[in-house]
Design a protein around this ligand. Sequence first.
Ligand SMILES: C[S@@+](CC[C@H](N)C(=O)[O-])C[C@H]1O[C@@H](n2cnc3c(N)ncnc32)[C@H](O)[C@@H]1O
Length: 355
Amino acid sequence: MTTNPSTAQAHLFSEWKGHEREPVVGDVYRRGDVAIHFDQAEKLYADWPAPTCIISDGPYGVSGFPGDNHKAESLAEWYEPHFKAWSEYASPETTLWFWGTEVGWATVHPVLISNGWEYRCCNIWDKGLGHIAGNANSRTLRKFPVVTEVCVHYVKAAIFEVGGHSLTMQEWLRHEWKRTGLPFRLANEACGVLNAATRKYLTSDHLWYFPPADAFVRLAQYANDHGDPAGRPYFCVNGSSPISGRQWARLRAKFTCDVGITNVWREPQVSGSERIQGTRNGMKYKFKSLHGSQKPLKFLDLTIRASTEKGDVVWEPFGGLCPGAVVSHYLGRAYRAAEIIPEFYVAAVERLATS
Ligand SMILES: C[S@@+](CC[C@H](N)C(=O)[O-])C[C@H]1O[C@@H](n2cnc3c(N)ncnc32)[C@H](O)[C@@H]1O
Protein backbone atom coordinates (compact mmCIF):
# COMPACT_ATOMS: atom_id res chain seq x y z
CA MET A 1 0.00 0.00 0.00
CA THR A 2 1.35 3.44 -0.87
CA THR A 3 0.97 6.83 0.73
CA ASN A 4 -2.37 7.53 2.35
CA PRO A 5 -3.86 11.04 2.59
CA SER A 6 -4.28 10.75 6.35
CA THR A 7 -0.56 10.21 6.94
CA ALA A 8 1.17 11.88 4.02
CA GLN A 9 2.18 15.47 3.75
CA ALA A 10 0.08 17.30 1.20
CA HIS A 11 1.66 19.01 -1.76
CA LEU A 12 -1.25 20.45 -3.59
CA PHE A 13 -2.06 19.98 -7.23
CA SER A 14 1.05 18.43 -8.67
CA GLU A 15 0.27 16.95 -12.06
CA TRP A 16 0.29 13.18 -12.07
CA LYS A 17 0.73 11.51 -15.45
CA GLY A 18 -0.26 8.08 -14.26
CA HIS A 19 2.95 6.20 -15.12
CA GLU A 20 6.17 7.56 -13.80
CA ARG A 21 5.63 7.02 -10.06
CA GLU A 22 3.06 6.13 -7.44
CA PRO A 23 0.55 8.85 -6.58
CA VAL A 24 1.08 11.05 -3.54
CA VAL A 25 -1.43 13.22 -1.78
CA GLY A 26 -2.06 16.43 -3.69
CA ASP A 27 -1.62 14.81 -7.08
CA VAL A 28 -4.10 15.55 -9.80
CA TYR A 29 -4.58 13.88 -13.16
CA ARG A 30 -6.21 15.96 -15.91
CA ARG A 31 -7.62 15.19 -19.29
CA GLY A 32 -8.87 18.48 -20.71
CA ASP A 33 -11.15 19.96 -18.06
CA VAL A 34 -11.75 16.58 -16.38
CA ALA A 35 -9.63 16.27 -13.23
CA ILE A 36 -9.19 13.51 -10.64
CA HIS A 37 -7.45 14.42 -7.38
CA PHE A 38 -5.68 12.09 -4.99
CA ASP A 39 -6.86 13.77 -1.81
CA GLN A 40 -9.78 14.15 0.55
CA ALA A 41 -12.66 15.90 -1.18
CA GLU A 42 -13.27 18.23 1.76
CA LYS A 43 -9.84 19.81 1.19
CA LEU A 44 -10.61 20.60 -2.45
CA TYR A 45 -14.11 22.06 -2.67
CA ALA A 46 -12.94 25.66 -2.25
CA ASP A 47 -10.59 25.30 -5.24
CA TRP A 48 -13.05 23.63 -7.59
CA PRO A 49 -15.25 25.62 -10.00
CA ALA A 50 -18.87 25.88 -8.78
CA PRO A 51 -20.89 22.73 -9.53
CA THR A 52 -24.00 22.39 -11.67
CA CYS A 53 -24.27 18.76 -10.62
CA ILE A 54 -22.90 16.85 -7.62
CA ILE A 55 -22.81 13.07 -7.68
CA SER A 56 -22.34 11.77 -4.16
CA ASP A 57 -21.50 8.09 -3.86
CA GLY A 58 -19.70 8.03 -0.54
CA PRO A 59 -19.90 5.87 2.59
CA TYR A 60 -22.93 3.59 2.89
CA GLY A 61 -22.64 2.46 6.48
CA VAL A 62 -22.34 -1.21 5.51
CA SER A 63 -18.54 -1.68 5.63
CA GLY A 64 -18.75 -2.15 1.87
CA PHE A 65 -15.27 -0.87 0.91
CA PRO A 66 -12.12 0.28 2.73
CA GLY A 67 -13.04 3.23 4.91
CA ASP A 68 -16.80 2.72 4.66
CA ASN A 69 -18.55 3.47 7.95
CA HIS A 70 -19.65 0.41 9.85
CA LYS A 71 -23.12 1.63 10.70
CA ALA A 72 -25.71 3.81 9.01
CA GLU A 73 -26.24 5.77 12.26
CA SER A 74 -22.81 7.38 11.93
CA LEU A 75 -23.47 8.67 8.42
CA ALA A 76 -25.29 11.91 9.27
CA GLU A 77 -22.37 13.18 11.33
CA TRP A 78 -19.87 12.04 8.68
CA TYR A 79 -21.68 13.69 5.78
CA GLU A 80 -22.74 16.96 7.40
CA PRO A 81 -19.52 18.94 6.64
CA HIS A 82 -19.80 17.84 3.00
CA PHE A 83 -23.48 18.85 2.75
CA LYS A 84 -22.63 22.25 4.21
CA ALA A 85 -19.76 22.79 1.76
CA TRP A 86 -21.85 21.68 -1.21
CA SER A 87 -24.56 24.08 -0.16
CA GLU A 88 -22.05 26.91 0.10
CA TYR A 89 -20.56 26.34 -3.36
CA ALA A 90 -23.77 25.37 -5.18
CA SER A 91 -26.20 27.74 -6.92
CA PRO A 92 -29.96 27.41 -7.52
CA GLU A 93 -28.99 25.68 -10.80
CA THR A 94 -27.32 22.82 -8.92
CA THR A 95 -28.62 19.26 -8.68
CA LEU A 96 -27.40 16.71 -6.14
CA TRP A 97 -27.64 12.96 -6.76
CA PHE A 98 -27.15 11.18 -3.44
CA TRP A 99 -26.40 7.44 -3.68
CA GLY A 100 -26.86 5.18 -0.66
CA THR A 101 -28.76 2.37 0.94
CA GLU A 102 -32.35 3.08 1.87
CA VAL A 103 -31.60 3.35 5.59
CA GLY A 104 -28.38 5.30 4.98
CA TRP A 105 -30.32 7.85 2.98
CA ALA A 106 -33.14 7.96 5.55
CA THR A 107 -30.53 8.76 8.18
CA VAL A 108 -29.00 11.67 6.29
CA HIS A 109 -32.13 13.10 4.65
CA PRO A 110 -32.97 15.54 7.49
CA VAL A 111 -29.38 16.80 7.44
CA LEU A 112 -29.60 17.47 3.71
CA ILE A 113 -32.84 19.39 4.20
CA SER A 114 -31.45 21.47 7.04
CA ASN A 115 -28.50 22.38 4.81
CA GLY A 116 -30.70 23.82 2.07
CA TRP A 117 -31.18 20.80 -0.20
CA GLU A 118 -34.71 20.36 -1.51
CA TYR A 119 -35.96 16.82 -2.08
CA ARG A 120 -37.21 16.01 -5.59
CA CYS A 121 -37.38 12.24 -5.98
CA CYS A 122 -36.01 8.91 -4.80
CA ASN A 123 -34.72 6.80 -7.71
CA ILE A 124 -34.39 3.11 -7.02
CA TRP A 125 -31.72 0.93 -8.59
CA ASP A 126 -33.20 -2.56 -8.91
CA LYS A 127 -30.29 -4.92 -9.56
CA GLY A 128 -32.63 -7.85 -10.12
CA LEU A 129 -32.61 -11.42 -8.91
CA GLY A 130 -29.18 -12.06 -10.42
CA HIS A 131 -27.75 -9.94 -7.62
CA ILE A 132 -28.58 -12.50 -4.94
CA ALA A 133 -28.69 -15.70 -6.98
CA GLY A 134 -27.49 -18.55 -4.76
CA ASN A 135 -26.34 -16.07 -2.14
CA ALA A 136 -29.30 -15.21 0.01
CA ASN A 137 -31.16 -17.49 2.39
CA SER A 138 -34.19 -15.58 3.56
CA ARG A 139 -34.80 -18.13 6.37
CA THR A 140 -31.51 -17.12 7.91
CA LEU A 141 -31.77 -13.48 6.89
CA ARG A 142 -35.30 -13.21 8.31
CA LYS A 143 -36.11 -10.57 5.68
CA PHE A 144 -36.60 -10.27 1.94
CA PRO A 145 -33.23 -10.22 0.18
CA VAL A 146 -32.16 -6.71 -0.77
CA VAL A 147 -31.36 -6.00 -4.43
CA THR A 148 -31.64 -2.23 -4.41
CA GLU A 149 -29.77 1.00 -3.78
CA VAL A 150 -31.16 4.50 -4.05
CA CYS A 151 -30.02 7.55 -5.97
CA VAL A 152 -31.89 10.45 -4.44
CA HIS A 153 -32.45 13.64 -6.38
CA TYR A 154 -32.13 17.00 -4.58
CA VAL A 155 -31.84 20.57 -5.82
CA LYS A 156 -30.45 23.68 -4.21
CA ALA A 157 -33.51 25.83 -3.64
CA ALA A 158 -33.25 29.59 -4.29
CA ILE A 159 -33.70 31.62 -1.10
CA PHE A 160 -34.63 35.31 -1.02
CA GLU A 161 -33.54 37.43 1.94
CA VAL A 162 -36.20 39.99 2.81
CA GLY A 163 -36.11 42.15 5.93
CA GLY A 164 -34.07 39.61 7.87
CA HIS A 165 -36.27 36.69 6.76
CA SER A 166 -35.40 33.90 4.33
CA LEU A 167 -38.22 33.35 1.85
CA THR A 168 -38.68 30.47 -0.56
CA MET A 169 -39.29 31.38 -4.20
CA GLN A 170 -43.00 30.69 -3.76
CA GLU A 171 -43.19 32.96 -0.72
CA TRP A 172 -41.15 35.70 -2.38
CA LEU A 173 -43.31 35.86 -5.53
CA ARG A 174 -46.42 36.28 -3.41
CA HIS A 175 -44.71 38.76 -1.13
CA GLU A 176 -43.62 40.92 -4.08
CA TRP A 177 -47.08 40.95 -5.65
CA LYS A 178 -48.70 41.85 -2.33
CA ARG A 179 -46.33 44.78 -1.99
CA THR A 180 -47.67 46.28 -5.22
CA GLY A 181 -51.10 46.73 -3.61
CA LEU A 182 -52.69 45.25 -6.76
CA PRO A 183 -55.42 42.60 -6.48
CA PHE A 184 -54.17 39.08 -7.23
CA ARG A 185 -56.59 38.63 -10.15
CA LEU A 186 -54.66 41.26 -12.11
CA ALA A 187 -51.69 38.89 -12.19
CA ASN A 188 -53.67 36.81 -14.72
CA GLU A 189 -54.10 39.87 -16.92
CA ALA A 190 -50.38 40.63 -16.52
CA CYS A 191 -49.43 37.16 -17.76
CA GLY A 192 -52.17 36.96 -20.43
CA VAL A 193 -53.64 33.80 -18.88
CA LEU A 194 -57.10 32.87 -17.65
CA ASN A 195 -56.17 31.92 -14.10
CA ALA A 196 -52.73 30.26 -14.15
CA ALA A 197 -51.03 33.19 -12.43
CA THR A 198 -53.31 33.18 -9.39
CA ARG A 199 -53.74 29.40 -9.28
CA LYS A 200 -50.11 28.50 -9.91
CA TYR A 201 -47.46 31.21 -9.85
CA LEU A 202 -48.76 33.21 -6.88
CA THR A 203 -50.60 30.60 -4.89
CA SER A 204 -49.57 29.77 -1.32
CA ASP A 205 -50.66 26.13 -1.54
CA HIS A 206 -49.07 22.94 -2.88
CA LEU A 207 -50.29 23.64 -6.42
CA TRP A 208 -47.57 26.27 -6.78
CA TYR A 209 -45.69 26.17 -10.03
CA PHE A 210 -42.44 27.89 -11.13
CA PRO A 211 -43.44 30.72 -13.54
CA PRO A 212 -41.67 30.26 -16.86
CA ALA A 213 -39.28 33.12 -17.70
CA ASP A 214 -41.73 34.87 -20.08
CA ALA A 215 -44.52 34.79 -17.47
CA PHE A 216 -42.16 36.09 -14.79
CA VAL A 217 -41.05 38.97 -17.02
CA ARG A 218 -44.70 39.93 -17.68
CA LEU A 219 -45.53 39.80 -13.97
CA ALA A 220 -42.55 41.97 -13.12
CA GLN A 221 -43.30 44.44 -15.92
CA TYR A 222 -46.94 44.80 -14.87
CA ALA A 223 -46.03 45.20 -11.20
CA ASN A 224 -43.52 47.90 -11.96
CA ASP A 225 -45.88 49.73 -14.35
CA HIS A 226 -49.04 49.56 -12.22
CA GLY A 227 -47.96 48.79 -8.63
CA ASP A 228 -47.75 51.37 -5.85
CA PRO A 229 -44.96 53.76 -6.98
CA ALA A 230 -43.70 53.96 -3.40
CA GLY A 231 -42.72 50.27 -3.40
CA ARG A 232 -40.86 50.11 -6.73
CA PRO A 233 -38.86 48.36 -7.96
CA TYR A 234 -40.73 45.04 -7.68
CA PHE A 235 -39.36 41.55 -8.35
CA CYS A 236 -35.88 42.92 -7.92
CA VAL A 237 -32.93 41.70 -5.86
CA ASN A 238 -30.28 44.25 -6.77
CA GLY A 239 -32.15 47.34 -5.57
CA SER A 240 -32.47 48.86 -9.05
CA SER A 241 -33.97 46.66 -11.80
CA PRO A 242 -36.22 43.58 -11.81
CA ILE A 243 -34.68 40.14 -12.37
CA SER A 244 -34.43 39.52 -16.13
CA GLY A 245 -35.95 36.50 -17.87
CA ARG A 246 -32.50 35.03 -18.37
CA GLN A 247 -31.58 35.45 -14.72
CA TRP A 248 -34.94 34.03 -13.66
CA ALA A 249 -34.46 30.87 -15.73
CA ARG A 250 -31.18 30.28 -13.88
CA LEU A 251 -32.86 30.31 -10.50
CA ARG A 252 -33.79 26.67 -10.64
CA ALA A 253 -31.91 23.46 -11.31
CA LYS A 254 -31.65 22.18 -14.87
CA PHE A 255 -33.65 19.09 -15.71
CA THR A 256 -34.39 17.20 -18.88
CA CYS A 257 -35.28 13.57 -19.43
CA ASP A 258 -36.46 11.30 -22.20
CA VAL A 259 -40.01 9.96 -22.22
CA GLY A 260 -40.38 6.52 -20.65
CA ILE A 261 -37.80 6.85 -17.88
CA THR A 262 -39.21 6.41 -14.39
CA ASN A 263 -37.73 6.42 -10.90
CA VAL A 264 -37.17 2.65 -10.99
CA TRP A 265 -33.91 1.86 -12.74
CA ARG A 266 -33.70 -1.83 -13.64
CA GLU A 267 -30.13 -2.74 -14.35
CA PRO A 268 -27.87 -5.60 -13.22
CA GLN A 269 -24.66 -4.98 -11.29
CA VAL A 270 -21.74 -3.94 -13.46
CA SER A 271 -20.19 -6.99 -15.14
CA GLY A 272 -18.25 -8.05 -18.21
CA SER A 273 -15.80 -5.61 -19.74
CA GLU A 274 -17.20 -2.65 -17.76
CA ARG A 275 -16.28 -4.31 -14.43
CA ILE A 276 -12.79 -3.15 -13.50
CA GLN A 277 -10.42 -5.79 -12.26
CA GLY A 278 -6.85 -7.08 -12.63
CA THR A 279 -3.53 -5.29 -12.49
CA ARG A 280 -3.72 -1.62 -13.25
CA ASN A 281 -1.28 0.27 -15.34
CA GLY A 282 1.57 -2.21 -15.08
CA MET A 283 1.95 -1.11 -11.47
CA LYS A 284 1.85 -3.27 -8.42
CA TYR A 285 -1.87 -2.95 -7.73
CA LYS A 286 -3.84 -6.14 -8.14
CA PHE A 287 -7.61 -6.46 -7.86
CA LYS A 288 -10.09 -9.28 -8.23
CA SER A 289 -13.14 -7.14 -8.68
CA LEU A 290 -11.71 -3.79 -7.91
CA HIS A 291 -14.50 -1.83 -6.28
CA GLY A 292 -17.51 -3.39 -4.57
CA SER A 293 -19.51 -0.28 -5.29
CA GLN A 294 -18.72 0.36 -8.97
CA LYS A 295 -21.67 2.16 -10.58
CA PRO A 296 -22.88 1.46 -14.11
CA LEU A 297 -21.77 4.19 -16.55
CA LYS A 298 -25.37 4.17 -17.77
CA PHE A 299 -26.53 5.85 -14.52
CA LEU A 300 -23.85 8.51 -14.68
CA ASP A 301 -24.84 9.20 -18.26
CA LEU A 302 -28.51 9.45 -17.25
CA THR A 303 -28.01 11.77 -14.27
CA ILE A 304 -25.36 14.00 -15.84
CA ARG A 305 -27.40 14.48 -19.03
CA ALA A 306 -30.55 15.14 -16.98
CA SER A 307 -29.03 17.88 -14.85
CA THR A 308 -26.30 19.60 -16.91
CA GLU A 309 -25.50 21.02 -20.31
CA LYS A 310 -22.26 21.13 -22.29
CA GLY A 311 -19.58 23.07 -20.41
CA ASP A 312 -21.27 22.72 -17.00
CA VAL A 313 -19.31 21.45 -14.00
CA VAL A 314 -19.83 18.01 -12.43
CA TRP A 315 -18.44 17.11 -8.99
CA GLU A 316 -17.93 13.51 -7.89
CA PRO A 317 -16.36 14.02 -4.45
CA PHE A 318 -16.09 10.31 -3.55
CA GLY A 319 -14.75 9.17 -6.86
CA GLY A 320 -13.93 5.47 -6.45
CA LEU A 321 -13.38 4.43 -10.06
CA CYS A 322 -14.72 7.81 -11.15
CA PRO A 323 -17.39 6.74 -13.65
CA GLY A 324 -18.45 10.40 -13.89
CA ALA A 325 -15.03 11.25 -15.33
CA VAL A 326 -15.51 8.99 -18.33
CA VAL A 327 -19.03 10.28 -18.95
CA SER A 328 -18.12 13.95 -18.42
CA HIS A 329 -15.25 13.55 -20.85
CA TYR A 330 -17.43 12.27 -23.67
CA LEU A 331 -20.34 14.60 -22.89
CA GLY A 332 -18.12 17.70 -22.82
CA ARG A 333 -18.67 18.59 -19.15
CA ALA A 334 -16.00 19.93 -16.81
CA TYR A 335 -15.45 17.52 -13.93
CA ARG A 336 -13.74 17.32 -10.54
CA ALA A 337 -13.34 14.20 -8.40
CA ALA A 338 -11.39 13.08 -5.35
CA GLU A 339 -10.31 9.63 -4.23
CA ILE A 340 -8.17 8.63 -1.26
CA ILE A 341 -7.38 4.95 -1.82
CA PRO A 342 -4.33 4.65 -4.10
CA GLU A 343 -5.55 1.50 -5.86
CA PHE A 344 -8.85 3.12 -6.80
CA TYR A 345 -7.17 6.35 -7.79
CA VAL A 346 -4.71 4.62 -10.12
CA ALA A 347 -7.47 2.62 -11.75
CA ALA A 348 -9.72 5.68 -12.15
CA VAL A 349 -6.92 7.61 -13.83
CA GLU A 350 -6.13 4.77 -16.17
CA ARG A 351 -9.79 4.41 -16.99
CA LEU A 352 -10.12 8.08 -17.90
CA ALA A 353 -6.85 8.13 -19.81
CA THR A 354 -7.96 5.22 -22.00
CA SER A 355 -11.63 6.11 -22.41
C1 LIG B 1 -19.01 4.13 -2.87
S1 LIG B 1 -17.40 4.42 -3.37
C2 LIG B 1 -17.58 5.21 -4.92
C3 LIG B 1 -17.72 4.24 -6.05
C4 LIG B 1 -17.83 4.93 -7.40
N1 LIG B 1 -19.12 5.55 -7.57
C5 LIG B 1 -17.60 3.97 -8.54
O1 LIG B 1 -18.50 3.71 -9.34
O2 LIG B 1 -16.48 3.46 -8.63
C6 LIG B 1 -16.84 5.70 -2.33
C7 LIG B 1 -15.41 6.09 -2.50
O3 LIG B 1 -15.16 7.28 -1.77
C8 LIG B 1 -13.84 7.25 -1.30
N2 LIG B 1 -13.78 8.23 -0.19
C9 LIG B 1 -14.20 8.11 1.08
N3 LIG B 1 -14.01 9.23 1.79
C10 LIG B 1 -13.47 10.13 0.93
C11 LIG B 1 -13.07 11.50 1.04
N4 LIG B 1 -13.17 12.16 2.20
N5 LIG B 1 -12.58 12.11 -0.05
C12 LIG B 1 -12.46 11.44 -1.23
N6 LIG B 1 -12.83 10.15 -1.40
C13 LIG B 1 -13.32 9.50 -0.34
C14 LIG B 1 -13.61 5.81 -0.90
O4 LIG B 1 -12.25 5.46 -0.89
C15 LIG B 1 -14.43 5.07 -1.97
O5 LIG B 1 -13.62 4.61 -3.02
